[in-house]
Design a protein around this ligand. Structure first.
Ligand SMILES: Cc1cc2nc3c(=O)[nH]c(=O)nc-3n(C[C@H](O)[C@H](O)[C@H](O)COP(=O)(O)OP(=O)(O)OC[C@H]3O[C@@H](n4cnc5c(N)ncnc54)[C@H](O)[C@@H]3O)c2cc1C
Length: 293
C-alpha cells in the first residue's frame, strides 16, 4: 500500500484533463487532489515523494493542455476555501493561492488599493499568476509582491521574502514549489477611479474572448520582447488557420480555440505550425504559454 492511499478522501484517480482545463481537452490524469489545509498539502507532497509519484500544481487550468493519452502523476489544485482567503491590512494584502486573479483585482480596487486594475479579466489563480509573473503592458505582478509562502515538492513549508524571490520575464523561482499564499503591497488610490479603470479594462478584455461559447480556448504564446504575440501571428498570416478541430482565433490571434471534435494533438500540431512559421517568416522564437501535461 502506498502512502498516498492515506489521502483517499481528497485524491481521485483518472480525472480527465478535459474536466480540469480551459481547453476542455485531454485524457485521464493519474491522480487529482484538492487538499483542505496546508498541513494536508505537506503530508500529501511527502507521500508523493515517498511513493515516487510526481506532483504538480494545477491552478484554474487556463494554461494547461492535457494530452489525449492522459498524464501520469498527481495534479494538486488549491481550490479549497483554506487557500481562497483575501486579508486586507492596507497597503498590504495577503491572498491565498487559489484566489482568482480577477477577484483579487476587484477586491483590492474596491478597498482603494491600486495596481491590479490592468489585470482584470486575466484568467487564472494568484498562485499560478505570481509563479509565472503575469504581465500586461502596464504592469508585472512582481512589482507588488512582498513575500510568498510555498510548500516545496519535498513537503517543506518555506516563507520567501521579496529578496529571495527571483522574477524573470513571465517566470520566477516560485515555479519550483507550490505557492500557498502571497503578500502584496499596493498603492492607495481613489476607489471610484480604480473601479472606472477596472471596468474599462474588463470590457476591452471581454471583447476579445467572445468565442468562449464555441469551445475551450487558451493563450498560445508569451509575448515576445517588444511585441504582442497576437500581432506576430497576424503578421505571419495565420489568423483563422486550423488543424483538425483546433484553430487560431480571428478575434485574438494569440488564442487557440478548440472547436467540435478537437483533440489535444490538433492543438499541439497547430502550436508547432505557428512556431515554425514565426521562425521562418519573422525570425522569432516563440515561447509557449500553454504547458502540455
Ligand atoms: C484569454 C487569456 C488571456 C490571458 N492574458 C494574459 C495576460 O494578459 N498576461 C499574462 O501574463 N498572461 C495571460 N494569460 C495567461 C494566464 O492567465 C496565466 O498563465 C495564468 O497564470 C494561468 O493561471 P491558472 O491558475 O489557470 O494556471 P494553470 O494553467 O493551472 O497552471 C499554469 C502553470 O502554473 C503552475 N501553477 C499553478 N498553480 C500554482 C501554484 N499554486 N504554485 C506554483 N505554480 C503553480 C502550474 O503548474 C503550471 O505550470 C492569459 C490566458 C488566457 C486564456
Amino acid at each position: 500500500m502506498g502512502k498516498i492511499d492515506k489521502f483517499h478522501e481528497i485524491v481521485r484517480a483518472g480525472v480527465p484533463a478535459s474536466e480540469l482545463t480551459w481547453l476542455r481537452l485531454g485524457g485521464p490524469i493519474e491522480y487529482y487532489a484538492v487538499p483542505r489545509s496546508e498541513s494536508e498539502l505537506v503530508g500529501l507532497l511527502q507521500a508523493c515523494a515517498s511513493d515516487g509519484v510526481e506532483a504538480r500544481a494545477l491552478g484554474d487550468g487556463a494554461s494547461v493542455l492535457g494530452s489525449d493519452v492522459g498524464a501520469p502523476g498527481m495534479a494538486i489544485r488549491l481550490s479549497d476555501e483554506a487557500f481562497c482567503n483575501v486579508e486586507i491590512d492596507a497597503p498590504y494584502v495577503k491572498a491565498g493561492a487559489g484566489v482568482k486573479l480577477s477577484r483579487l483585482a476587484t477586491t483590492t480596487a474596491s478597498a482603494g488599493l491600486g495596481g491590479l486594475e490592468c489585470m482584470a479579466g486575466i484568467p487564472g489563480t494568484v498562485g499560478a499568476a505570481v509563479a509565472s509573473n503575469v504581465t500586461t503592458p502596464d504592469a508585472a505582478l512582481e512589482q507588488y509582491v512582498e513575500s510568498a509562502r510555498v510548500v516545496t515538492y519535498a513537503g517543506e513549508v518555506v516563507e520567501l521574502s521579496k529578496d529571495e524571490i527571483v522574477f524573470g520575464r513571465r517566470s520566477s523561482n516560485l515555479s519550483a514549489a507550490i505557492v500557498t499564499s502571497v503578500t502584496f503591497k499596493f498603492e492607495s488610490d481613489l476607489a471610484e477611479e480604480l473601479a472606472k479603470r477596472l471596468q474599462k479594462i474588463w470590457i476591452v478584455r471581454q471583447k476579445y474572448h467572445p468565442e468562449l461559447d464555441k469551445g475551450g480556448f487558451a493563450r498560445m504564446f508569451k509575448d515576445p520582447r517588444g511585441q504582442r504575440a497576437a500581432d506576430l501571428v497576424e503578421e505571419i498570416g495565420l489568423v483563422g488557420a486550423g488543424i483538425g478541430g483546433a484553430y487560431v482565433s480571428e478575434v485574438d490571434p494569440n488564442l487557440v480555440v478548440a472547436g467540435p471534435n478537437c483533440t489535444s494533438d490538433d492543438v499541439k500540431r497547430l502550436l508547432a505550425l505557428v512556431e515554425k512559421q514565426a521562425r521562418e517568416r519573422a525570425q522569432v522564437e516563440l515561447e509557449r504559454e500553454l504547458e502540455i501535461w
